[in-house]
Ligand binder design. Structure first.
Ligand code: BV8
Length: 232
């Protein structure tokens, strides 16, 4: 009888802004970081949007333009190759709102903090692809109200598909965290969730993250070098 194929190794991969840094997309908490120019409260909270929708929409319009002009780097491409490898069952969970994982070839990405390329009506909750430039005066195509916002999960809002993520995390053989500082929850808690479930954990990051001591193994360096080396 043919030897049963090894069950695919289940890998859950969390990515953060650091995986897109070498594609020219700024991270949040470096010296030249996105939060250096803006207070988080002003641009990444529902209250900030309520107070000044034009400021917030301008912040995301600018980031959408940078993301659209960026190219996936070898780290995005290596993860897509791993995802396509039948020996593994890979789930990529990203905190990023750019589309570089998809443009790098990944097929099954969970954007837990939303996407620059989505728009929602906060009156009727309908969704549509975000225009290049989103304006507060844009009426909702569904209900006509001036209630459109970017499909972004702001602080104090519930990240997307959390139950699915936690289930996959606890059933994984390996949890890998790539390019995130480990400052934002619930993503920053995934390493503990994994460890509690007996899942092996690996950090691939430029510098030790806030949670680096919680990982079984850490490799530090630029993602575009580190990730292809790890995948091969
Ligand atoms: C929630 C919007 C409940 C999208 C973002 C007190 C204690 C603990 C928690 C809280 C608390 N008070 C409030 C909270 C909860 C809060 C939170 O965590 N606050 C923090 C500040 C303490 N979290 C929330 O509100 C979340 N919601 O908790 O709801 C709930 C939870 C579960 C289930 C049901 C209900 C919502 C959080 C989402 C907020 N939205 N942004 C956008 O604008 O982009 S967060 C923002 O930070 C981005 O999404 C970003 O992705 C995220 C994390 O940042 P990183 O990706 O890590 O980026 P950073 O710059 O920090 O780090 C980059 C890293 O890359 C660095 O380590 C660097 O060394 C590395 N790097 C750089 N270059 C490279 C590299 N690595 C490799 N190669 C390179 N070349």
């Amino acid at each position: 009888m043919a030897k049963p194929a090894r069950a695919p190794r289940k890998i859950v991969i969390l990515t953060g802004a650091g995986i897109s840094a070498e594609s020219g997309i700024r991270t949040f908490r470096a010296e030249d970081g996105l939060w250096e120019e803006h207070r988080i409260e002003d641009v990444a909270t529902p209250e900030g949007f309520e107070a000044d929708p034009d400021l917030v929409l301008d912040f995301y319009n600018k980031r959408r333009a940078v993301s659209t002009g960026a190219q996936p780097n070898p780290a995005h491409i290596a993860l897509a190759q791993l995802e396509a490898d039948p020996r593994f069952e890979v789930l990529i969970v990203t905190q990023n709102v750019d589309d570089l994982h998809e443009r790098g070839g990944a097929r099954n990405v969970i954007h837990m903090h939303g996407s620059l390329y989505g728009a929602i009506c906060h009156a009727c909750k309908s969704r549509w692809p975000a225009p290049e430039i989103m304006r507060a005066s844009d009426p909702c195509p569904e209900c006509g109200q001036m209630a459109t916002r970017p499909d972004i999960v702001w602080f104090g809002e519930i990240p997307y598909r959390m139950d699915e993520i936690w289930t996959a995390l606890r059933a994984a053989d390996l949890f890998v965290s790539i390019g995130t500082s480990g400052n934002v929850y619930p993503a920053a808690g995934f390493v503990q969730d994994a460890a509690r479930a007996g899942v092996a954990t690996l950090e691939l990051n430029l510098d030790p993250s806030t949670g680096t001591s919680r990982f079984d193994e850490c490799r530090h360096g630029p993602a575009a070098t580190l990730v292809p080396e790890w995948v091969k």
